[in-house]
Design a protein around this ligand. Structure first.
Ligand SMILES: [Zn+2]
Length: 208
C-alpha cells in the first residue's frame, strides 16, 4: 500500500511521514528532494530536470509525472510501499497522479493530518531553523542552539506572516478539494495533527 500525505503547512506531515516510512520500509518520495537528486544524475531525465532548474522554470506537471514513474520503476522491489510527500498539490496534478498509480497497479490511500488554520499559523511563525546545518525546529523546541551542531537558531526567512498566509490560502484553495475528493472515495485516513509527535504517530499507526 502506498500512502500520500496531506496536511496544511506546519501540520507535521513530513515528520510523521518519515517515521511511517521507516516503520513500513517504504521509499520516500518528496518532490523537491527528488528533483535535486535527479539533477545530479547522468541520465536523460536527470539532464531534463537540470536544464529546467537552471533556467529557473517551474517543473511542468508532465515532467513531475515522469519523475514519479521513474521512481516507481527504481524501487528495490515492485511491492515496496511508497510514501508521497507534497504531491498531489492541486486537482490537475491529482488527476494525473491517480491515473499513473492505477496504470502501475499501485494500491494507495491518503493520510490527512488535520490542524486548524490558527494552530498552523501559530506553529509556522514560531518554528526556527539552524543557521549552520539548516535543520528545522518546531515551535515547542525551546533551546537556543541546534542540538545537532550547536549552530544558532533563527526564524526562517520565508516564515513571515504574509508568506505564511499565502501558502495557507493556496492549501485551502487548491489542495483541500483534492483531500475532500479522496475522502469521498473512501481513500482517506484522518489523523489529529494536534499534540506531541509521539501521540500523533501512535494514532497514525493505529489507523493504517
Ligand atoms: Zn545545526
Amino acid at each position: 500500500m502506498d500512502y500520500t500525505l496531506f496536511g496544511i503547512q506546519g501540520s507535521g506531515k513530513g515528520t510523521q511521514g518519515k517515521i511511517l516510512g521507516e516503520k513500513i520500509g517504504a521509499a520516500y518520495f518528496e518532490t523537491g528532494g527528488e528533483l535535486r537528486r535527479l539533477a545530479k544524475e547522468d541520465s536523460e531525465l536527470g539532464k531534463k530536470v537540470k536544464s529546467i532548474i537552471e533556467a529557473g522554470r517551474l517543473v511542468p506537471n508532465e515532467v513531475v509525472m515522469e519523475i514519479v514513474e521513474n521512481f516507481i520503476k527504481h524501487l528495490q522491489k515492485p511491492e515496496q510501499p511508497i510514501v508521497f510527500d507534497g504531491i498531489p498539490r492541486n486537482g490537475r496534478q491529482n488527476d494525473s497522479l491517480e491515473a499513473l498509480l492505477k496504470k502501475n497497479g499501485r494500491e494507495y490511500t491518503g493520510i490527512y493530518f488535520e490542524l486548524s488554520r490558527e494552530e498552523a499559523e501559530n506553529r509556522l511563525v514560531k518554528r526556527r531553523i539552524c543557521s549552520k546545518c539548516k535543520t528545522v525546529f518546531p515551535a515547542f523546541y525551546s533551546e537556543k542552539d541546534c542540538e545537532k551542531c550547536h549552530g544558532k537558531l533563527v526564524t526562517r526567512a520565508d516564515d513571515n506572516a504574509d508568506s505564511i498566509r499565502t501558502r495557507i490560502e493556496i492549501f485551502y484553495k487548491e489542495t483541500l478539494p483534492v483531500i475532500e475528493s479522496w475522502d469521498k472515495n473512501g481513500r482517506m485516513i484522518k489523523v489529529n495533527g494536534v499534540g506531541k509527535i509521539e501521540s500523533v504517530t501512535q494514532e497514525l499507526l493505529s489507523k493504517i
